[in-house]
Ligand binder design. Structure first.
Ligand code: 13P
Length: 396
């Protein structure tokens, strides 16, 4: 079979390395690279963004830094605002997100921020593009691209993640808007199975999304969340995660995803939230690192854990325990609740509390930065930061 001509391939704009940090200048369109196997019919189009993807992933996975997940859907953001007595209006979401992105010095501890689509196109209350504020803080803007979870017919009341239709047009537009990485969160439920069907669907969806994102220049965060729900012990979580991560990486490889240009966002290996045996940070670290070594190639630059309903302090202690000796990957955080909870409560929707709320976010970001470096002591934490945030049947 003849090799497809490079000229037949659609061209895609590439931005020079880190040019986007200074502005949004576009370079001349260039054409993707084609590799043809001489003896077989295999033709693989490598993404024309390969070098840039590797650089973006490395920038996000830089020492002492992690990701601020602030990509709550409008419905979830509404629940957050409701908890402090605010209405779920665009203006209130804008006020809250303005507070988050403009914390002075945030970029010292935060390398990337995941945004919801509304925020990617939104300005701060002062009229500056949120994306520009992040770039000035040396924080890479990212975008949630999945369209949420719906019931998976034929399964045991499990779910699957929507959003592949039209994804390549959306990712191209998000890149133009300044996003440089993407997130797709799908979930696996231990009490509901997980069925082989649900695991396969989750893994395949993540792999298709990852390939499409890389083709648009966005580093995909691959997030197979194993929900905390359940009474099972830590060994059962280990067993399920082992299966899920194997399948995810199998399909990523099948879809020719460049491992150097992805970030993995897994759950830590912990007992179910309703299990009577609790695990220490040391146990969580031992189980999680053992599984990472068994399943995740060292080509993957960063493991950015979700917090999943752990308390702020618990999530930080567990991360710290995983960084007591060098790892092949950057082992860090991509927390939403475990970074934002005290900040949100401190703000309470009152302008006079903005500074205190920003300090609270900086405190958590710094604590997790120390944990990324294995130097967090847990001293001086507030009672609020020790409260668990597990919600049964959580939707994001
Ligand atoms: P939590 O850290 O609150 O579990 O959020 C995870 C997430 O998927 C955000 O992107």
């Amino acid at each position: 079979m003849a090799c497809a001509s490079a000229t037949l391939l659609k061209s895609s704009p590439i931005i020079d390395k880190f040019e986007w940090i200074k502005g949004q200048n576009l370079r001349q369109p260039s054409v993707g690279v084609v590799r043809c196997h001489p003896t077989s019919a295999l033709t693989i189009r490598a993404t024309s963004y390969a070098d840039e993807l590797v650089k973006t992933a490395k920038t996000i996975a830089s020492p002492g830094r992690g990701i601020l997940a602030m990509d709550e859907s409008n419905a979830t953001c509404g629940k957050r605002l409701d908890s402090i007595g605010l209405e779920n209006t665009e203006a209130n979401r804008q006020a809250y997100r303005t507070l988050l992105v403009s914390v002075p010095g945030l970029g010292e501890y935060i390398s990337g921020a995941i945004l919801f689509e509304e925020t990617l196109y939104q300005s701060t209350v002062e009229g500056k593009k949120m994306v520009d504020v992040l770039v000035e803080q040396n924080i890479v803007p990212g975008i949630k691209v999945d369209k949420g979870l719906v019931p998976l017919p034929g399964s045991n009341n499990e779910s699957w993640c929507q959003g592949l239709d039209g994804l390549s047009s959306r990712t191209a537009a998000y890149y133009q808007q300044g996003a440089r990485f993407a997130k797709w969160r799908t979930v696996v439920s231990i009490p509901n199975g997980p069925s082989a069907l649900a695991v396969k669907e989750a893994a395949w969806g993540l792999a298709r999304y990852a390939a499409i994102s890389q083709d648009s220049g966005l580093v995909p965060i691959v997030e197979p969340e194993i929900l905390l729900d359940g009474e099972h012990g830590i060994d059962r979580t280990f067993e399920v995660a082992q299966k899920v991560w194997a399948e995810v990486f199998f399909y990523l490889a099948e879809n020719n995803v460049l491992f150097e240009g992805i970030l993995l966002k897994p759950s830590m290996v912990t007992p179910g939230a309703e299990c009577k045996d609790k695990a220490t940070p040391q146990q969580v670290a031992d189980y999680t690192l053992k599984l990472l070594h068994r399943r995740i190639p060292p080509a993957v630059p960063g493991i950015m854990f979700l917090s999943g309903g752990q308390s702020e302090v618990e999530a930080t202690l567990n991360l710290n325990a995983m960084n007591q000796s060098p790892n092949p990957w950057h082992v860090s955080f991509s927390y939403a609740r475990a970074l934002q909870n005290t900040c949100l409560k401190t703000w309470g929707g009152r302008p006079e509390n903005v500074k205190a709320a920003q300090d609270a976010l900086l405190t958590r970001a710094k604590a997790n930065s120390l944990a990324q470096l294995g130097k967090y002591t847990g001293e001086g934490e507030s009672e609020e930061a020790k409260k668990g945030m597990f919600v049964k049947g959580y939707v994001y």
